[in-house]
Design a protein around this ligand. Sequence first.
Ligand code: HEC
Length: 112
Amino acid sequence: MLKSIIPPAVGLAIGLGLFGASADASETLDGRVLWERAEGPTGKSCASCHSPLEETMRGRAATYPKFIAAMDREVTLEQRINGCRRKALGVEPWAPDAPELEAVAELLRSLD
Ligand code: HEC
């Protein structure tokens, strides 16, 4: 079987599409680039509303997870980021384990 000669880690990387993304991996995974990247029908980026990044987001990440009264539940930083993707940009939320989500969360945590 062909499958059995592919090491599991490589098979996983192929399955996750890591090789396909490798051409611009440094760009996709740079939180600051993602922050400024316009996406979706509004043509906005995170920076369109949250700018300058350092001033608007410093110390914010450390307040998560926190209870958001309007949503009547506790949300994580990642869920908050995805909430803005969905509501503010009108695009699909990132998967919970998406490298992009990790990169942006990491960027915000670095400002604490
Ligand atoms: C159209 C404007 C708009 C855009 C674009 C936008 N946001 Fe937001 N964001 C808001 C507003 C308004 C709030 C606070 C009010 C609310 O929604 O609860 C907020 C809140 C947040 C918070 C919580 C900050 C805190 O003080 O706890 C984070 C984190 C965040 N946004 C991340 C992002 C990310 C990441 C993007 C890009 C994917 C983004 N936002 C795009 C308007 C926007």
